[in-house]
Design a binder for this molecule. Sequence first.
Ligand code: FAD
Length: 417
Amino acid sequence: MTTTYSALSLLKEGFNGQKGWAKAWTSPEPKSRYDIVVVGGGGHGLATAYYLAKNHGIRNIAVIEKGWLGGGNTGRNTTIVRSNYFFPESVRLYDLSLKLYETLSRELNYNIMLSQRGMISLAHTPAEMEMSARVVNAMQINGTDAELYGPEDVRRVLPIYNFGQRSRYPALGGIWQGRAGTARHDAVAWGYARAASKLGVDIIQQCEVTDFIVEGGRCRGIRTNRGDIRADRVGLAVAGHSSVMAAKAGFRLPILSYALQACVSEPVKPVLNTVVVSPGTGTYASQSDKGEIVIGGGLDRMPSYGQRGNLPVLETVLSGLLEMFPAFRQLKLMRQWAGIVDVVPDSSPIIGESPLPGLFLNCGWGTGGFKAIPAGGTLLAHLLATGQHHDISRPFDLDRFARGRLIDEAAGSGIAH
Ligand code: FAD
């Protein structure tokens, strides 16, 4: 149930031990049957349930989460939102997401702390500069905002960068997307959860899906550690564990799973006013509203389900960062963590019906699915409600691997996964 708190009630709660807060979402016992079940209580699963209820009027839905909401990658990411991709299919997808993010706080009545502070993807060499120009052109042709920045622009947006003569990674310029930025990851999950719950969606945590109910060659529901749940259609949004669930459903996905790490420094006064990515060094950073420098980089080298990450990758990321921002040498590192991400050979997600009819996929977001949550939810909801692709999700169907119509964003925009 959603309650609006006045300033007076906030004050009252402050004095009465905060006993009057209403729960943001209900936690009912699972029913034995729903119209639709969505597996995975991360951003994509929760957004799917919300858009099913809101856009399609389907209310007899459950989101099934084995742990707690946002405890997967949604609560582990570095919160960057952007749509700086090369191929038209990708720009349509990620720009839909960015547009939905731009109005999401109002839509959900929940402050997701969207901060469109802009993002610079640095070019350190003439070859990278040439590639940046191509990506900027492609982005503009595809209808999203992008500018090609030169060295003076970089000086303006990154005054603390190492511009010294002997800089190992000179900043020649790069791709600027002004609408890119950050959003508060937990708030995105909680906002969707609260809004979905208000529309009648059952949000069930501590409930692990252990298998699928398959009858007549079709998925008819799920088996969980809290009993069987039947459903007409099942959506799967379990980033990092999509292959594990696919194996239970009897098919394989073109996915390898890796640990992806991130870390934060102690909080400091504002020094970094934009998101900075250096594809050349495999490093990126932004400053959180709290003041921490939030640092991320590339995947661990070996596929693994070990959700901690290894030291050599962290060392590479931090050495790249310190070359670019020598002032950060003084900072203390406060926390490091990792999440497991599902990586697809063409570095684009998979959205569509699985080889098991009745089971629908939203997976393979690799290192970049936080920014895609509103679009991923919209598109999976469309599929689950209608059984048909939305125009935007059609190119991302699993059948692209049989048709040879790959959307190779690693080659196109140079993304790391
Ligand atoms: P998740 O949030 O992982 O949710 C899946 C849920 O499924 C989990 O809660 C899990 O517990 C549940 N689940 C799994 N198996 C079962 C089961 N058997 N039964 C029931 N529930 C199950 N993306 C960006 O766009 N920008 C970034 O800056 C960014 N940085 C990142 C940094 C790091 C360190 C990491 C790890 C990822 C980053 N990402 C980023 C990627 C992004 O976090 C993910 O792509 C996105 O959160 C995926 O959302 P999801 O809802 O699909 O998955």
